[in-house]
Ligand binder design. Structure first.
Ligand SMILES: Nc1ncnc2c1ncn2[C@@H]1O[C@H](COP(=O)(O)OP(=O)(O)O)[C@@H](O)[C@H]1O
Ligand SMILES: [Mg+2]
Length: 306
């Protein structure tokens, strides 16, 4: 009898080239991205964490100074880069237009400015294209080629717009180098062997609603499902109270815990795929938070799945 291929989430993640971490702002995308990066690097993958939030925060979870756009080393096989999509698009123009003074003129021209900001999906396509080039080994000279890019996706809208950007651009620009590039990137994003999506949420009404919309839109528009949902920031079950202050705190905790339970149930009503749970920890943003989340995530990702 043939051995079944392993269905552990950690192996699935490790086999990908790009993992896009999506979710509403404030749910813990960045914290989960840092924790996952640490786990996958420890599992032997060379990982680049790519952050696009102009308010850099990933470095704090890894105990580093801000990366300022460069690829910086964050540990064994773990690297970090903060990239602004517009900058990536400008860089691309700079590379394609070989004569530097001409490139400068193009970048400064109102037509380009208008195009870069106005053409839907263009910046996002450039960003995803950067991830593709890095995993294909066309990164900056001297930089380690990542096996996997984990993209801490921007919080605006839900991640589906980002993921659909390349095919949108490819539909509009059908010929020439940009059209070809957009088609390659769209193929990369649509390929379940190479690209996966991870949804992070809190077990609260609004984030769960957004997560359910994300799942529906991914299915409708791309025929895809997230690899897993990470439910972050769960309140602990209420324990015994001591004194009147303790009783008030206990009621609050009971309430939050009950909301979590109800929203977990609501999520489970529409999602039968993998789900990992992470507690709300009494730890400030920093390496001990990402380390604690990684330790809690690990057994859940290593669990064999049917
Ligand atoms: N499980 C957790 N326990 C405690 N604090 C958390 C947890 N997850 C995230 N945080 C904190 O919550 C805030 C928002 O998390 P962050 O990862 O920045 O969210 P996002 O990237 O989705 O906006 C940060 O201050 C972070 O340190
Ligand atoms: Mg963030």
């Amino acid at each position: 009898m043939k051995a079944r291929t392993s269905a552990r989430l950690i192996d699935r993640f490790a086999s990908l080239r790009l993992l896009v971490v999506t979710g509403k702002g404030g749910v813990g995308k960045t914290a989960v991205t840092a924790a996952l990066g640490q786990l996958l690097a420890a599992a032997g993958r060379t990982v680049l964490l790519m952050e696009t939030d102009p308010r850099e925060s990933l470095h704090r979870l890894l105990d580093l100074p801000p990366s300022g756009g460069e690829i910086v080393r964050a540990g064994n096989r773990l690297h970090l880069q903060n990239l602004q999509p517009r900058q990536v698009l400008d860089d691309l123009v700079g590379e394609r237009v070989k004569l530097r003074p001409v490139a400068r003129r193009v970048l400064a021209s109102p037509v380009y400015q208008h195009f870069a900001e106005g053409a839907p999906g263009l910046k996002e396509t450039a960003l995803l294209g950067r991830a593709l080039r890095l995993v294909e080994g066309h990164g900056p000279r001297g930089a380690a080629r990542p096996d996997l890019v984990i993209l801490d996706a921007p919080a605006t809208g839900h991640g589906v717009a980002l993921l659909q950007a390349p095919s949108l651009v490819a539909d509009v620009i059908t010929s020439g180098p940009i059209g070809r590039m957009a088609r390659d990137i769209a193929g990369f994003i649509a390929d379940p062997e190479r690209t996966g999506v991870l949804a992070v949420t809190l077990a609260e009404e609004m984030p769960v609603s957004e997560t359910l919309e994300l799942i529906a839109a991914l299915d409708r528009n791309m025929g895809r499902r997230p690899e897993a949902i990470v439910v972050n920031g769960l309140y602990p079950p209420p324990g015994p109270a001591a004194g009147p202050a303790g009783a008030a705190a206990l009621r609050l905790l009971e309430r939050r815990h009950a909301i979590n339970a109800a929203q977990l149930e609501r999520l489970a009503g529409s999602w039968d795929g993998p789900m990992a749970r992470l507690p709300l920890l009494p730890i400030d943003r920093g390496p001990s938070l990402s380390g604690s989340l990684a330790r809690r995530l690990r057994p859940q990702l290593e669990e064999p799945r049917p």
